[in-house]
Design a protein around this ligand. Structure first.
Ligand code: 3AM
Length: 218
């Protein structure tokens, strides 16, 4: 009598499974997730800038606001599995810390602004964590980041219709909001997010959290 099919006895079947699995890529990034209250504070700040008459900016929806530690790009499912294993190992040797959000600015500069951000006053612990995440990503085959890590929180991205009038308004608003906006949050975890791009904008899905050490450093 023929025995029932056991997948593990059929190398061809398992090889096919491996191959088809590695075809499934996803766009992903590692970030610090923000509590809703802080997302709301940042959303209110964006709303204030908006109501000053600033146009030509695609605002990040409050629920998407975060601090990116490493953009991974398109990665294979097997890389996600490796991250599930290695990211917690790295996270747990790094202390928890507090992030202070203060000041507004633009990348690459005021003459040709492309990204509007809120600044991050970060302790050394954030830079140490980011450096270890960057080297883990490289070990897993993710291309290295060529620009130095500049912690920031993206509020909006300038669109093609961002004009000289918006430019003047932006400069005035940067001065006002820079001196008035403050927020802070405790950071106890890092998170892996999946990012799906749609014509209406990006949708981020939390894949998992990795806990930092309970030791607090500031
Ligand atoms: O919210 P921020 O700007 O910190 O800008 C994208 C966002 O970071 C960044 O990854 C985060 C989640 O999408 N990102 C998107 N495409 C990128 C790319 N090609 C990128 N960062 C570097 N290279």
């Amino acid at each position: 009598m023929a025995s029932p099919i056991d997948e593990s006895d059929h190398p061809e079947y398992t090889d096919w499974q491996e191959d088809s699995r590695s075809l499934f890529n996803m766009r992903a990034f590692i970030a610090i997730e923000f509590p809703q209250s802080v997302q709301q504070q940042l959303g209110n700040l964006a709303q204030k800038l908006r109501s000053s008459g600033l146009r030509g900016v695609r605002w990040v929806p409050p629920e998407n606001i975060h601090l990116t530690l490493k953009f991974l790009g398109d990665i294979k499912t097997e890389t996600v599995q490796q991250l599930t294993h290695h990211l917690p190992t790295i996270a747990r040797v790094h202390p928890s810390f507090t992030l202070n959000l203060h000041g507004l600015g633009v990348f690459p500069g005021l003459r040709h602004p492309r990204v509007l951000w809120v600044g991050v006053q970060a302790p050394a612990a954030l830079f140490d964590l980011q450096r270890d995440i960057e080297s883990l990503a490289q070990r897993l085959g993710v291309p290295p980041e060529t620009r130095p890590f500049t912690p920031h929180v993206t509020l909006g991205r300038m669109q093609t219709d961002f004009g000289p009038q918006d430019q003047a308004l932006l400069e005035a608003q940067l001065q006002v909001s820079t001196s008035t906006f403050h927020a802070s949050l405790p950071v106890k975890q890092v998170a892996l997010f999946r990012s799906d791009l749609f014509p209406t904008g990006a949708r981020y899905t939390l894949l998992f959290h990795a806990d930092l050490s309970e030791r607090v450093e500031n």
